[in-house]
Design a protein around this ligand. Structure first.
Ligand code: XUL
Ligand code: CO
Length: 438
């Protein structure tokens, strides 16, 4: 059965195309800086938003029909979602998907029965993967929806709840390995707290790390050779999230000796909620040697929550790709953790969302490569720090000096050399020149 009947396979047609169901920038085979666009970008469909989210918010029920011709909360619906999902990915040329356990099947009352359902759908999806060549970018367990996680999962006050979380992680890892997935994500979900008055923060942090360590040990024992990822997020659902931002997550991973197995999955909307730019979070992950994967979306700075919009802001996609290219690429890919707006409620809108997102990142990649090839920005930064490549700067970097020696040096100088203008406006104009020929 065809689910998106009146919707065609989306192909690259170039900048002159007026066809709304064609890519104008995403040309998978085009080579940019030595790699094809498909290799640079490795786009993934998020099972939850695309096949699950019907637009419900706290003021109203869903507006989109995501039943795919069958009744919700049944295994028949789970299979219909898989069928529709693979048709969608094939039509869009998406080569990867990402999933939570609970996106794939309805949860049963008994967790072992949910596990059986996951095994069943796992077989169904594996067949489709074989038939289409579509791959799994990463898997994860939903440790935030079920009421048992109201006080956290790994960070719950209850060891029983911890064991339920462990059961879900084990099964989600089994599935990820079965799908040949190269990533496994921990997003903090309910790992955080509302008030210190009822919270043992140290125990909660230690236990969150314990769950991750157990996952690494189990994953490696069943042949998972990819990366684990933490996906930082500052707010929502808990007031204080333990994985606040990239710097916090990097410190956490080092403190608990998890940094060999983990990288970070940076999400644009989470970055802005943390009061950072998307590029800041990517750069922070990269300088910590932890840049892994990206959840590609966009927030709304006028709204204080995670709106998960399809990326549209070309400055953001450009500066994201600039950071990614300079960091040497991702271990993962670009997962569209994004959904259409509530009034965009038709199947066509699902296509428009992905076409917008994929073209926005493709253009970001093209622009970022131009910025790198232009070289003026990199050159400026290099020159700005040139003092560190010789003289006293090189001495400090080599560690062959002391505070006394530096104090003596400064006293003899009288005044430091003018550190020079930061030239922000000049650099911003270069960005505009490269983007728009301004
Ligand atoms: C929540 C979020 C999640 C993670 C996976 O804000 O981004 O969908 O990506 O659990
Ligand atoms: Co996400």
């Amino acid at each position: 059965m065809e689910y998106f009947k009146n919707l065609p396979k989306v192909r690259f047609e170039g900048r002159n195309s007026k066809n709304p169901f064609a890519f104008r920038c995403y040309d998978p085979d085009r080579v940019i800086l030595g790699k094809t666009m498909r290799e640079h970008l490795r786009f993934a469909m998020s099972w939850w938003h695309n096949l699950g989210a019907a637009g419900a918010d706290m003021f109203g029920v869903g507006t989109a029909d995501k039943s795919f011709g069958s009744v919700g909360n049944t295994m028949a619906h789970a299979r219909a979602k898989a069928d529709a999902g693979f048709e969608f990915m094939e039509k869009l040329g998406l080569e990867y998907f990402c999933f939570h356990d609970c996106d794939l099947v309805p949860e049963a009352d008994d967790i072992s029965r949910t596990g059986d359902r996951l095994d069943e759908i796992g077989g169904y999806i594996s067949e489709k993967m074989k038939a289409t060549g579509i791959k799994c970018l990463w898997g994860t367990a939903n440790l935030f929806n079920n009421p048992r996680y109201m006080n956290g999962a790994g960070s719950s006050n209850s060891p029983d709840v911890f064991c339920f979380a462990a059961t879900q992680v084990k099964k989600a890892l089994d599935l990820t390995v079965r799908f040949g997935g190269k990533g496994y994500v921990f997003w903090g979900g309910r790992e955080g707290y509302e008030t210190l008055l009822n919270t043992d923060m140290k125990l909660e942090l230690d236990n969150t790390a314990r769950l991750m360590r157990l996952a690494v040990d189990y994953g490696r024992s069943i042949g998972f050779d990819g990366f684990f990822y933490i996906e930082p997020k500052p707010r929502e659902p808990m007031k204080h999230q333990y994985d606040f931002d990239a710097a916090t997550a990097a410190g956490f991973l080092r403190a608990y000796g998890l940094d060999r197995d983990f990288r970070l999955n940076i999400e644009a909307n989470h970055a802005t909620l943390a009061g950072h730019t998307f590029s800041h979070e990517i750069r922070t992950a990269a300088v910590n040697g932890m840049l892994g994967s990206i959840d590609a979306n966009q927030g709304d700075t006028l709204l204080g929550w995670d709106t998960d919009e399809f990326p549209f802001d070309i400055y953001q996609t450009t500066m994201c790709m600039y950071e990614v290219l300079k960091a040497g690429g991702l271990t993962g890919g670009f997962n569209f953790d994004a959904k259409t707006r509530r009034p965009s409620n038709t199947p066509e809108d699902m296509f428009h969302g992905y076409i917008l997102g994929m073209d926005s990142f493709a253009l970001g990649l093209i622009n970022a490569a131009k910025l790198i090839e232009d070289g003026r920005i990199e050159e400026f930064v290099k020159e700005r720090y040139s003092g560190w490549r010789g003289g006293i700067g090189a001495c400090i970097i080599s560690g062959e000096t002391s505070l006394e020696e530096l104090a003596h040096y400064a006293a003899n100088l009288g005044a430091p050399e003018d550190p020079g203008s930061g030239r922000q406006e000049y650099l911003e104009r270069i960005v505009n020149e490269v983007l728009f020929g301004l």
